[in-house]
Design a protein around this ligand. Structure first.
Ligand code: ZN
Length: 824
């Protein structure tokens, strides 16, 4: 029976894979303009183009997999260089593109602490960090302009004069980078997103929202597979709109006259526009749109959703959730525009205010685009763009179809299916039920793919997109089903909310975690100045009287479902949650931190103050003594950075510790290297003292209670920067396990971090922190599977995921339970 079932599944697998061959050609990749194809005849010419800086070894041309490339040696061994760095002089106009793209491979990234790309412009630089995304072979590195910060005062994207690549020293070992195919992307795209950078001068307080809301729109375009460029409103010129058919104004509180002029001309010559919230009056006239007035919400939830009138905009979802706090109150202009959608409140009542207006050349939404209800937002944005430029429907449908199966590391659906079957069939005893489930899911995915293909061929683009998305949902499910569990692991979730994931009781949260094979929860129940339980030492949060003692509730749920509960304290930091009176008292008693520049740090308690040490320790002991918890968990068990703490008390206590006066406080502890070494050690001792004292007292109060800590990822650097000497805590047995916060989305970087941390932790278990909620996509189950697999390869026997939010609990936890953490 067993072998029979297996044989059938294999036959089915073959059928599925075969059926996947063929289909329409994938959508064309975004247009690229070559910056460097690395076709250098010899080392001398390569080194003349890519100049090695500050003692870095020279570049050399190589050919890898038939691809011309450049070898960049990182000569860290036996040298003092802070980074290996290469400069390439260029004359680039990046004003109308999306960003820079190139390929990278590096066989061993462990000697590198980080990689940076810099673009020089005038006296300043645009800068971004990047990382290898694939552990083997080529990674495609895409650095978008909007993700780059600035250093100094760059003179604009139109005047890029140098490309600099830097690999920062991590270890005293050599390695090398290989780069290839450097190009600009997004030039001459049909969509130009105009970023309101003039706000930096004209409306500085708005600049943060300009960046944020521009990114919300571009993220949406990216996910739709629509090609676009980003153009600053300071750079808008007719020659930069070659190929542009649609201009998007995501949030433009100000607009220079020249830019408005160019946009009006663009509209007059047949161009289209999509605008959000603010629109200069001149543009409104050219687009047949009203200039609205500020309308605040009448109550929380007044603007809760956008509802489209039937058939008002083809392909738009009937309802799009968006909780806006205000809008522009704008009515249609007679004979020019019409309302296509209206704002509704949380009770489903119409506010009467238009949400979306449509004219011949423009679609206008009366507030900025927010991130909530992302799937419907994408559908709405596509319907808007597709209404104005119908060719975009096809572009999005082709991209959607081409992306079927393209998630995680997979080239496509057949690649994923093959790997999924290989994975299930590996080992001694393949599970027939799992094989059956995988086969069924893949067949359903294939059925959806065929539907998407038919719709695409017959020009039914919205239907094709919906079918492609359904195919991918099933493909992801199939990959989850193909995963194997590993018994005996410590599988934990941090939960930042002391009340549990929103919309769930502790009972529901614990039930779903346990049912899906998780073993522990780490709930954040206390801060430096707040307790979510009946504390006698810390101010008790008002939620406790309203909703009950949260440790008691969480613990009861954990007991019921057989889950461990490790209570998490945010040490030293109040997070701005402590009552005013409490903070005033601490301030008067000199218990708050003072920065190097003399400013007080209102959120951080001074670690060297004996009363703070006592409060931190006693509050954790209080929890362990009063509740039968499985563990207590330190977090923020460190200084904020190098600038804390320089309070008068720290000066006195430091001077007493070293038995000498510091003549010029605090300058000398940085100027004098010997004194600085003592200072850094003294800071570490302050933190370690609390860990040791708490550990000892908790073990006395409840011998079986585990002691653990969330720690920074790079111990040798962090012990100086934030005074966190966690390798020592492991050596001395103060902690029973550590959870380094390895919140990188990049597999290679994650693996390098964990490999080093396991060494530092020594005999103490290391359950690495996986930063799910910090990744660009916070529901990326495939990346989560990859990182869990890395912890298994490195033998950690456990991991800790950040964090248990509402979408994680409802979407991710059940997908883990399908395979990677399935209960045995
Ligand atoms: Zn201090």
């Amino acid at each position: 029976m067993k072998t029979g079932g297996l044989g059938l599944a294999i036959l089915l697998a073959a059928a599925v894979v075969q059926a996947m061959a063929g289909g329409p050609a994938p959508a064309a990749a975004p247009a690229e303009t070559v910056v460097d194809n690395f076709n250098y005849p010899d080392a001398a010419s390569a080194q003349a183009a890519w100049r090695a800086m500050w003692g870095t070894a020279g570049a050399a041309p190589v050919e890898v997999d038939g691809r011309k490339a450049l070898r960049l040696p990182c000569n860290f061994r036996g040298t003092k260089i802070e980074r290996a760095s290469w400069d390439r002089s260029v004359q680039l106009d990046m004003a109308a593109c999306r960003g820079l793209r190139f390929r990278l491979r590096c066989a061993d990234t462990s000697p590198v602490a980080g990689l940076s790309l810099y673009l020089q412009s005038g006296d300043g630089w645009y800068a971004a960090r990047f990382a290898q995304t694939e552990r083997e072979g080529w990674s495609t590195i895409a650095v978008d302009k909007e993700d780059m910060g600035t250093e100094g005062r760059p003179a604009g994207w139109g005047r890029i004069s140098t490309i600099r690549l830097s690999a920062w020293r991590g270890q005293d070992t050599d390695t090398e980078l290989v780069i290839a195919d450097m190009a600009l992307v997004g030039q001459e795209a049909a969509i130009a997103v105009v970023r309101g950078e003039s706000a930096a001068h004209d409306a500085p307080r708005e600049m943060g929202s300009v960046v944020q809301f521009t990114r919300t729109v571009t993220t949406c375009l990216k996910e739709l597979g629509l090609d676009y460029s980003v153009v600053s409103d300071l750079d808008l010129a007719p020659q930069r709109l070659t190929g542009t058919r649609l201009i998007i104004l995501p949030h433009n509180p100000s607009m220079p006259d020249a830019a408005a002029e160019v946009t009006v001309k663009f509209l007059e010559s047949g161009g289209k526009m999509m605008a959000f919230y603010a629109m200069p009056a001149r543009l409104g006239q050219a687009a047949g749109m009203p200039s609205g007035t500020h309308v605040p919400q009448q109550f929380d939830g007044y603007f809760s959703s956008i509802r489209f009138q039937e058939a008002a905009l083809a392909g738009a979802p009937p309802v799009v959730g968006q909780r806006s706090w205000n809008i522009r109150g704008a009515r249609p202009v007679e004979g020019r525009s019409r309302a296509a959608a209206t704002w509704f409140d949380g009770d489903g009542k119409s506010t009467g205010w238009p949400a979306v207006l449509v004219s011949d050349n423009c679609i206008y939404m009366t507030h900025v685009l927010l991130q909530d209800d992302a799937a419907n937002k994408r559908r709405m944005v596509l319907a808007m763009a597709g209404h104005l430029v119908p060719a975009l429907w096809r572009q999005a449908a082709e991209a959607s179809y081409a992306r079927i199966g393209q998630f995680g590391r997979f080239a496509g659906q057949d690649d994923m299916a093959l790997q999924a079957f290989r994975q299930v069939k590996a080992g001694d005893k393949p599970d027939p039920a799992r094989l059956q489930s995988l086969t069924t899911t893949l067949k359903e995915a294939e059925r959806d793919r065929l539907r998407a293909q038919d719709f695409l061929r017959s020009g039914k683009y919205p239907e094709s997109i919906a079918a492609a998305q359904e195919a991918n949902r099933r493909n992801i499910l199939a990959w989850c089903v193909a995963q194997k569990s590993q018994p005996g692991e410590h599988r934990a979730f941090w939960c930042h909310s002391a009340l549990g994931p929103s919309g769930m009781t502790w009972d529901e949260a614990a039930k779903t975690l346990a049912a899906n094979g998780f073993t522990a929860i780490v709930p954040n129940m206390l801060w430096a100045g707040t307790a979510f339980y009946e504390s006698r030492l810390l101010p008790v949060a008002p939620e406790v009287s309203e909703k009950g003692d949260q440790i008691a509730l969480c613990l009861a749920a954990c007991r019921k479902y057989g889950l461990q509960c490790h209570v998490w304290k945010v040490n030293w930091n109040t997070g701005g949650r402590a009552p005013k009176q409490f903070m005033e008292r601490l301030k008067q008693e000199g218990r708050l931190q003072v920065r190097f520049d003399g400013k007080s740090d209102e959120h951080w308690l001074c670690p060297s103050h004996p009363e703070n040490q006592k409060l931190e320790r006693d509050s954790m002991v209080e929890v362990a003594a009063a509740y039968p918890v499985d563990g207590i968990h330190f977090d923020y068990i460190r200084y904020p950075d190098r600038d804390g703490c320089f309070c008068p008390g720290c000066r006195d206590r430091f001077e007493a510790a070293i038995g000498a006066k510091v003549a010029d406080w605090p300058t000398d502890v940085r100027r004098d290297a010997a004194l600085e070494a003592k200072w850094l050690q003294w800071r570490r001792d302050n933190i370690t003292r609390l860990v040791a004292a708490t550990s000892e007292a908790v073990r006395k109060a409840r011998p079986k209670c585990s002691i653990s800590a969330a720690v920074f990822s790079n111990w040798p650097v962090d012990r100086d920067n934030v005074g966190q000497d966690w390798k020592l805590w492991c050596e001395r047995g103060y902690v029973d396990f550590v959870c380094p916060m390895d919140y990188t989305p990049y597999e290679g970087e994650f693996e390098g971090l964990v490999a080093r941390q396991v060494q530092w932790a020594g005999k103490v278990p290391c359950y690495p922190g996986i930063g799910l909620s910090t990744w660009p996509s916070q529901t990326d189950i495939c990346k989560l599977i990859d990182q869990i697999s890395i912890t298994r390869r490195l033998g950690t026997r456990g991991f800790t995921i950040f964090e248990l939010s509402a979408p994680t609990a409802s979407e991710i936890v059940p997908l883990c339970g399908k395979g990677i953490t399935a209960k045995e």
